[in-house]
Design a protein. Structure first.
Length: 125
């Protein structure tokens, strides 16, 4: 086999061998690569479901408390109207400044956190 470039023949077999090894490695890499993104995609979907369940459970606990705060605000005349009170407490239960978000200790949230933590450690449940 004659190469299109002018390389001394004693080196051409070494180059062909190196190119063959490189091609084999690239084929192996291409063969193995689709498995990782598929696993990451499945894991990502699972994480999204767990996170959504956590947020839904948190909102179920926070919503009545937020509503109480809004009603107390309206009754006390803290603001001129209900909309202002609703705006004031719209982020109630969420993280603000040094105050942590509420109810991340619910079982649904702990499960989501543990699943995410297992991925960072390289283990799976």
């Amino acid at each position: 086999m004659k190469l299109p470039i002018n390389i001394p023949s004693r080196h051409s077999s070494a180059i062909i061998r190196e190119v063959s090894i490189l091609a084999a490695l690239l084929c192996l890499l291409a063969f193995l690569s689709p498995a990782a993104p598929a696993a990451d995609k499945d894991r990502g979907k699972t994480q999204q479901k767990l996170d959504a369940a956590c947020e839904q459970a948190r909102e179920a606990r926070i919503a009545p408390m937020r509503q109480e705060k809004i009603e107390a605000c309206v009754k006390s005349g803290e603001h001129d109207n209900r909309e202002a009170c609703e705006a004031e407490y719209s982020h109630f239960g969420q993280r603000a400044g040094k105050r942590p978000a509420m109810f991340y200790d619910l079982p649904e949230c702990v499960e989501a956190f543990e699943f995410q933590k297992s991925y960072r450690k390289g283990t799976s449940d």
